[in-house]
Design a protein around this ligand. Structure first.
Ligand SMILES: Cc1cc2nc3c(=O)[nH]c(=O)nc-3n(C[C@H](O)[C@H](O)[C@H](O)COP(=O)(O)OP(=O)(O)OC[C@H]3O[C@@H](n4cnc5c(N)ncnc54)[C@H](O)[C@@H]3O)c2cc1C
Length: 388
């Protein structure tokens, strides 16, 4: 397993409780130190007028994560139930929860560790995967072996992209359209009466009050927050005054239309910035990793008909899986996807809703690309040689 954020921890928990022995490698010195270090995030459904794959996935995922929260964490120690008022699209009041992702990550890792089948390897950036004698060899930048296993799950958010690209070989295709989206949240200590009875969403979410007895420094145990900004293509985690100003503007829009302008106290605003990993169609990537070279070779064969190959027939790399591109919905999607992927890895695909699982298949981009390539029309010479 590579990556110890929401995706990797959920995967480690699902696999180890199903009997797998898991070695977890992460470049950081501990769990949840990248996007999953978000001080507080919202678990809420993605409501649309007509159902879409994302709205259906999110409905399943919200219920699933809420059950995980209730099972693993006492309220007030990593999460609290709430409702959210939506003012923009999908107007209305929806059930939601405020969650500190690192609490959930730790709870999943604790549960995995309790099985005795999880070993964590911190400060272990994986630079490359090499196939060797039926095993995948994880190598660092100096080509030293970090570990070997017959099965690997890439749950390293954007870090997965470089590893996947290297596995695809030199290719002019673009099978992994993953991109960074930087976000900054503004927050501060919540004092006195909260500015609203519940979170308000309109081009960002204002959380009037979140209380967490285990909140790590430097964040206040009781805080308000406003966020987050969206900067597509940016991959740094610098907190800027300019992003605070954009959050202040979003806050003003929420309150100027509905209540008096807020006063959040005199304390200087604190900020947290992280980088989301998003795919081209905004859906996650969860499933078996395609063998891009084998697919290209298949398509180049004389007589290969590009539109006849179903997604399920795309050749896969034996033993390599991905759970990445959770975008802005890691809380909603990580554990539901991890559970479905663990079932798939145990050959129990009948439990996954077939159509939705196709929508998150990591092979979907390269499959679509292969269908757009020029069909190889057999020449008379190649037909003749085939007949001979
Ligand atoms: C500002 C902001 C606000 C957000 N708000 C919400 C919200 O309200 N609700 C919500 O659901 N989501 C929210 N998100 C999104 C959420 O944080 C992510 O979807 C989620 O954390 C992604 O989890 P992950 O495990 O895929 O990635 P990460 O948490 O980024 O973990 C990836 C891990 O992989 C490791 N890694 C990377 N490359 C390598 C390598 N080569 N070798 C070894 N290890 C490697 C990293 O060290 C890291 O630990 C927000 C994100 C941001 C930035």
């Amino acid at each position: 397993m590579i990556g110890a954020g929401l995706a990797g921890a959920a995967m480690a928990q699902c696999l180890s409780t199903r009997g797998w022995r898991v070695d977890l490698f992460d470049a950081a010195s501990g769990p949840a130190q990248a996007a999953s270090a978000l001080p507080v995030g919202m678990l809420s459904p993605h409501v649309t007028r007509a159902p879409t794959p994302l709205s259906e996935l999110s409905a399943l995922g919200v219920d699933h994560t809420r059950a995980e929260l209730q099972r693993l964490l006492p309220p007030g120690r990593g999460w609290q139930a709430c409702e959210v008022d939506n003012w923009g699209h999908d107007p209305g009041r929806w059930p939601a929860a405020l969650v500190r992702p690192s609490a959930l990550v730790q709870a999943w890792l604790d549960e995995a560790q309790a099985t005795g089948r999880l070993t964590c390897h911190w400060n272990s950036p994986v630079h490359a995967l090499q196939a060797r004698d039926g095993l995948w060899c994880l190598q660092d930048a100096a080509q030293q072996t970090l570990g070997e296993a017959p099965t690997v799950v890439l749950a390293a958010a954007l870090g997965s992209a470089a590893l996947l690209q290297a596995l695809s070989g030199a290719s002019d295709w673009r099978p992994w359209p993953l991109h960074p989206v930087k976000g900054q949240m503004s927050l501060g200590p919540q004092q006195g009466k909260p500015l609203a009875p519940r979170p308000q969403r309109n081009n960002g979410v204002f959380v009037p009050r979140y209380e967490d007895a285990d909140m790590p420094a430097p964040w206040p145990q009781r805080l308000w927050s406003m966020g987050s900004t969206y900067d597509r293509g940016h991959a740094n985690t610098e907190v800027t005054e300019e992003a605070h100003a954009r959050n202040a503007e979003s806050l003003r829009l929420i309150f100027s239309t509905h209540e008096a302008a807020p006063a959040l106290g005199d304390a200087p605003w604190q900020g947290w910035a992280g980088v989301r990993c998003a795919s081209l169609d905004r859906l996650p990537m969860a499933g078996a990793v395609p063998n891009v070279g084998a697919l290209q070779a298949h398509m180049a064969r004389p007589g290969a008909h590009r539109t006849r190959l179903d997604l399920s027939q795309v050749p896969r790399l034996s033993g390599v899986y991905a759970l990445t591109a959770l975008g802005s919905r890691g809380l909603t999607l990580a554990h539901w996807c991890a559970q479905q992927l663990a079932l798939q890895m145990d050959d129990q695909t009948k439990h996954a809703p077939h159509d939705l699982w196709r929508c998150v298949d990591p092979a979907r981009f390269v499959w679509k690309q292969s269908r757009r390539q020029e069909t190889h029309k057999p020449t008379s010479a190649s037909v003749a040689s085939t007949k001979l």
